[in-house]
Write a protein that binds this ligand. Structure first.
Ligand SMILES: Nc1ncnc2c1ncn2[C@@H]1O[C@H](COP(=O)(O)OP(=O)(O)OP(=O)(O)O)[C@@H](O)[C@H]1O
Length: 311
């Protein structure tokens, strides 16, 4: 568990981060979202002490980060940034193995870990392990950057706009990969973005920053349905709120008996996907299946009623 306790950073009398407190549960993703200059990066960098707090503290599993030397702390906390920051003259394998090597892991264990991570990121180890960063696509470099940050199984992974440089399609894939890998490894992640869409898609919790203050810290569904301030409501975008809400609810929740025409949707698809399928086909319902077995259908009326309930 990560406890952030009234952490504050003042630059020349201005509070870049103003008494922010929050608790992050182990094995979850917290996304910090806010406009430019709201203090997101400063908050993140105080956690691994790349910035020293003016006041307040951070505790990781009960231990204050102030009681650990910063360079030791940073070996225990992964850090991935936009543009990945890979060492250009080191191979992919050496890049990923950098922190385990610093920690003195035996070579066999490092090699096994490098291959395990490459496989997790769908990159064939035999093909990629000995390449240099310049021989990879932008999306592959980004994956290697995240793999490197995860290599020593850190207590916490901090990510600052990790997908900022990726085009929209690769970005969506990178987000899905991160979710899958986080669930597989049980990692605890804090990720900064200015993109509410990304926050809602990735976060177990979303922390919204405005002018250095934490204005709301809640689940994506709560953020959408009950924005704490006008600023949060604006960030979510009033017009898109029903659609965002539908994207968080699975078709399984609204499936009913009966048949429908057209290609079936998997039960894990979102109501937004179901709405899209209805609009695209001009039909008022869509069939639903699970592992090839028909489950029933979901209707446009049911989707409309659910969107109107505001979670
Ligand atoms: N080293 C510094 N010296 C003085 N002011 C700083 C310093 N670093 C950040 N600030 C100020 O602190 C505030 C918060 O900056 P921060 O980088 O944390 O915001 P952010 O939300 O991450 O923004 P962005 O999305 O643009 O990166 C800004 O007003 C910034 O100008």
């Amino acid at each position: 568990m990560i406890e952030i306790d009234r952490i504050t950073k003042t630059y020349a009398g201005i509070r870049a981060v103003d008494s922010v407190s929050m608790t992050v549960e182990t094995g979850t993703i917290t996304v910090i979202v806010g406009t430019s200059g709201s203090g997101k990066t400063t908050l993140l960098r105080m956690i691994n002490r790349l910035e020293e707090p003016t006041s307040g503290e951070v505790r990781i599993n009960g231990e204050s980060t102030l009681s650990v030397k910063p360079h030791i702390l940073r070996r225990r906390i992964g850090y991935a940034i936009q543009g990945h920051g890979l060492f250009p003259h080191h191979t992919v394998g050496r890049n990923i193995g950098a922190v385990p090597q610093l920690l003195g892991w035996p070579r066999d264990k490092i090699n096994a870990r490098v291959d395990e991570l490459l496989e997790l990121f769908s990159m064939d180890p035999a093909q990629f392990r000995d390449r240099y960063p310049a021989e990879l696509s932008g999306g592959q470099q980004q994956r290697v950057g995240v793999a490197r940050a995860l290599a020593s199984r850190p207590d916490l992974l901090l990510m600052d706009e990790p997908f900022g440089a990726l085009d929209p399609i690769i970005r969506t894939r990178a987000q899905e990969d991160l979710r899958r890998i986080q669930q597989r490894l049980g990692s605890t992640i804090m990720l900064v973005t200015h993109d509410m869409e990304e926050a809602i898609r990735l976060g177990d919790r979303v922390a919204v920053m405005d002018g250095g203050k934490l204005v709301q810290h809640a689940t994506p569904a709560e953020i959408i349905a009950k924005p704490a301030t006008e600023f949060v409501a604006n960030m979510v975008g009033d017009v898109e709120r029903p659609l965002r809400l539908l994207s968080l609810i699975s078709v399984r929740e609204l499936v009913e008996d009966g048949t429908a025409e057209g290609d079936p949707l998997p039960a894990g698809a979102s109501l937004r996907d179901a709405l899209s399928a209805c609009l695209w086909t001009g039909r008022t319902s869509v069939p639903v299946e699970e592992d090839g077995t028909p489950l029933g259908r979901v209707t446009l009326d049911a989707i409309r009623a659910r969107a109107g309930q505001h979670a």
